[in-house]
Ligand binder design. Structure first.
Ligand code: ZN
Length: 202
């Protein structure tokens, strides 16, 4: 379980500048849009969403990505990392798993930082394609590795909810850089390890 401890006054939410009544109005409007019965609306709902928003904000603002000295340049892989985000076109969740592999040059992360980093960039409305590249760029900028690969497999509830033929499809996106791009053997080593156990395990 990853803990986030940033102080409340550091939150970066836009709705923080709105009064509780204004925010409650917005949520009530959405509630009715999706068919909610006016009399059943629970005022606590907007408070619950507000604290959920604060949790997302703390994840976005996380910055303690301490690095350590690399002892060697063997490939490091984090697989089945958790992903939760919102599709920016429909504001509905998409979720799944992320695999990250890199070959260090001089720096490595502590292992828990993979998840922190995914949480940081996915805690806002996103596109899966952009998210994949952002995870790669964040690691590249912080560790300057010799090579890196990121693969995301996700289920989009906007596809599921709207009942298309492909409602159970999982969508895969990938991005590679450095030796993962230049050397097909390195890329294949990464892909064969992360794909060894197949589909999403959700
Ligand atoms: Zn969507």
């Amino acid at each position: 379980m990853v803990e986030y401890t940033l102080k409340k006054n550091k939150l970066d939410h836009n709705y923080h500048h709105k009064s509780s009544a204004e925010f409650d109005n917005i949520i009530n409007g959405y509630y009715q849009l999706i068919g909610g019965e006016v009399n059943n609306y629970d005022k606590e709902t907007s408070k619950r969403l507000q604290s959920f928003g604060e949790e997302l904000s703390r994840k976005r603002l996380y910055e303690k990505f301490t690095t350590f000295k690399a002892d060697n340049d063997d490939m490091i892989i984090g697989n089945h990392l958790r992903l939760f985000s919102f599709c920016e076109h429909h504001l509905l969740p998409f979720f799944g798993e992320v695999a990250i592999g890199y070959i260090p040059d001089t720096k490595i992360f502590g292992l828990s930082k993979f998840q922190r980093l995914i949480d940081k960039v996915s805690s806002r409305p996103q596109l899966q394609e952009r998210l994949t590249h952002q995870i790669l760029e964040e690691i590249k900028n912080r560790l300057e590795p010799k090579g890196i690969g990121v693969v995301i497999k996700a289920i989009h509830t906007c596809v599921f909810a709207r009942g298309t033929q492909s409602s159970t499809a999982e969508f895969t996106t990938s991005a590679v850089d450095g030796v993962f791009k230049e050397n097909i053997n390195t890329k294949n080593e990464f892909l064969s390890i992360i794909n060894a156990d197949g589909r999403l395990r959700l």
